[in-house]
Design a protein around this ligand. Structure first.
Ligand code: SF4
Length: 53
């Protein structure tokens, strides 16, 4: 079952489903630089991502 209130645009993730839905049981998000602090959304990313390829 897709996570409610999670909208994702990464369509090649194995957990992604049509309609920008995420079928992971939970997601983990971190900063790109590992500092634990971000200034903009683009500096964060989903670590639960797994490629379909
Ligand atoms: S695990 Fe992360 S990247 Fe994959 S569909 Fe869910 S939110 Fe998107």
């Amino acid at each position: 079952m897709a996570l409610s209130n999670v909208k994702c645009g990464v369509s090649n993730c194995r957990y992604w489903e049509s309609g920008q839905r995420c079928n992971a049981s939970a997601i983990e998000v971190h900063t790109d630089n590992g500092s634990g602090q971000a200034n903009q959304s683009r500096e964060t990313n989903c670590k639960t991502f797994e490629t379909t390829r």
